[in-house]
Design a protein around this ligand. Structure first.
Ligand code: SAM
Length: 247
């Protein structure tokens, strides 16, 4: 019986590739990779040279039948993305959904994932969190997305690129106010840093030290403070009083 292994790869430090992931990548008949040249470097580092096929957001749907045929023939295939866990803000969802719908075996080989690494060391609540991937690129849509999350009391988690980190911090300051924000930058790499403060303070920090705006980011924001018991009732009473006084 064929199987698709969904294999996590490092997000920076190559030592984070698990021995099991290395073994699976060495044993499969084919590695489907987001960027075959990028993955070829990792495979060279492991000293293996499996057959590869590109699988990215633009050709994913068209690749399903071809990969399924390999599984039906009894072969094992691995899916990897450029970094971290496939399907997490990365290609693979369509493939996995279709293969599962056809009754194929899909097996996770877990490992690095930037959002989990960031949460595990940030010091924000992790009992409940809301991962919202990349925010929209355009300012209006980005602020609308943030406003829609303003009442959520879970820790909010986003992915962000160096091009937009300043704009995103500015929009966080406007939409979510003075909450605690933690920026996890360059996780597992040489210049790994955690910065924390209000969105406004972090913007100032990045302006003072532009090096802190380089690299890859996970942005974490404290959830909305839960309303104190009685607070809603007090607001209602105030509104009523104001209306009565206006009369
Ligand atoms: N599949 C990946 C995972 O499991 O985390 C995420 C892929 S997504 C296309 C890339 C984004 O993940 C980056 O823009 C950044 O927000 C985050 N990311 C990836 N590696 C990171 C790292 N080493 N440090 C901080 N953020 C990282």
């Amino acid at each position: 019986e064929g199987v698709l292994y969904v294999v996590a790869t490092p997000i920076g430090n190559l030592d984070d590739l698990s021995p099991r992931a290395a073994r699976v990548l060495g044993e499969v008949a084919l590695v489907a990779a987001e960027d075959t040249r990028h993955t070829a470097r990792l495979l060279r580092h492991l000293g293996i040279a499996p057959a590869m096929l590109s699988l990215h957001e633009h050709n994913e749907a068209a690749r399903v039948d071809r990969l399924d045929a390999r599984l039906v023939a009894g072969e094992a295939v691995a899916l990897v993305s450029d970094a971290g866990t496939p399907l997490i803000s990365d290609p693979g969802f369509v493939l996995v959904r279709e293969l599962r719908a056809r009754g194929r075996r899909v097996v996770p080989v877990p490992g690095a994932c930037a959002l989990v690494a960031a949460l595990s060391a940030a010091g924000l609540p992790t009992d409940r969190f809301l991962f919202s991937g990349f925010l929209p690129a355009k300012g209006g849509a980005r602020r609308a997305r943030l406003e829609a999350l303003a009442e959520r009391d879970e820790t909010l988690v986003f992915y962000e690129s160096p091009h937009r980190i300043r704009d995103t911090l500015a929009d966080l300051a406007v939409t979510l106010g003075a909450r605690r924000v933690v920026l996890a930058r360059e996780l597992t790499k040489t210049f790994e840093t955690f910065l924390e403060g209000s969105a406004h303070a972090l913007l100032e920090r990045l302006a003072e030290d532009p090096d802190q705006a380089r690299g890859e980011f996970v942005v974490m924001v404290a959830g909305a403070a839960p309303r104190q018991a009685g607070e809603a009732a007090a607001i209602e009473a105030d509104t009523l009083l104001a209306a009565l006084l206006a009369e």
